[in-house]
Ligand binder design. Sequence first.
Ligand SMILES: NC(=O)c1ccc[n+]([C@@H]2O[C@H](COP(=O)([O-])OP(=O)(O)OC[C@H]3O[C@@H](n4cnc5c(N)ncnc54)[C@H](OP(=O)(O)O)[C@@H]3O)[C@@H](O)[C@H]2O)c1
Length: 330
Amino acid sequence: MASSVPEVALRSGNARPMPAIGMGTAAIPPVPEAAKNAVLAAIEVGYRHFDTAEAYATEKPLGEAVAEALRRGLVTSREELFVTSKLWCTKCHPDLVVPALRETLQNLQMEYVDLYLIHWPVCIKAGPPSFPAKKEDAMPFDFEGVWRGMEECQRLGLAKAIGVSNFTTRHLDKVMAAATIPPAVNQVELNPVWQQQKLRDYCAERGVHVAAFSPLGGQKWDGGQGNAVMESEVLAQIAKARGKTIAQCALPFLQVSLRWIYEQGVTSIAKSYNMERLKQNLEIFDWELTDEDRLKISQIPQKKVLQGPSFFSQEGEFTSVDPEDLNVVE
Ligand SMILES: NC(=O)c1ccc[n+]([C@@H]2O[C@H](COP(=O)([O-])OP(=O)(O)OC[C@H]3O[C@@H](n4cnc5c(N)ncnc54)[C@H](OP(=O)(O)O)[C@@H]3O)[C@@H](O)[C@H]2O)c1
């Protein structure tokens, strides 16, 4: 199964090619044992790409699962895997970047990550993460200094490639201006209900690969209601028109979402802790959407799920970044 997942070569760094679907490990609330078992199940059904972050508290369970998979012979070496982790906002200080990655690697029991991302373009006073972050803890983001730290991670061989997450074109401009190693990836919320065409065009022109979080509409990260992808009539109709797919799984329109993302040249980071759903989410590589499907999807009204401002502050503006800037419609 693993070999049937296409891969994409990143244009910056020296990571192995990135499998076109990754398993998201974040869950609310974090459940370490379930995360570990889910990663093992994912490896069994063919996933070789895993997404974690300090903020998810899933680095340790992921590391334990990989160690166990190696012991059981489910994979023969760590090199078969593509592992991404992320630098949290409290570590977005130039001198804290390399130490943060060293801690991440200890959690993962690994020598390197394939990809290390700045989690958000937000800097918070150093210290243990708290959610939501407090307004008075916000600090100006030193794009140049933090990116130098990221470049050092790659030069030291601790990260094969480096990139960013939740960056708009304006944030990317700042990194690009400072970079001697350009970002390989920008991981952002992206699905048929939040398509981010302008950001994708910008990234394509500059060789930055786009990865999609919340490709299935996401979890209720900020307590919001509903899921615009799972409730999309357009996706449901497209799925219904495909008898074969509908017979295969309970919620086939989610495969429509993953297939559309794949056809846009974007890598999905899809979370499931359930073996059957993990399998379903890989079944998107042997069929295609029609031109009519693509046209219908392009007309879906747009709606962002993850609201940066509510995530970071309940009480007004951050000084480091205009919170509204995190939600720019691109
Ligand atoms: N960079 C960032 O700032 C950022 C932000 C958010 C997320 N992420 C990453 O992206 C990953 C994915 O995003 P996400 O977790 O927000 O949401 P998602 O992958 O869009 O959706 C996950 C939800 O869909 C369910 N699901 C998965 N496959 C399904 C299927 N075939 N049928 C029905 N339900 C299905 C999952 O439940 P079950 O587990 O019960 O299947 C889960 O509740 C995260 O885990 C994390 O690694 C990154």
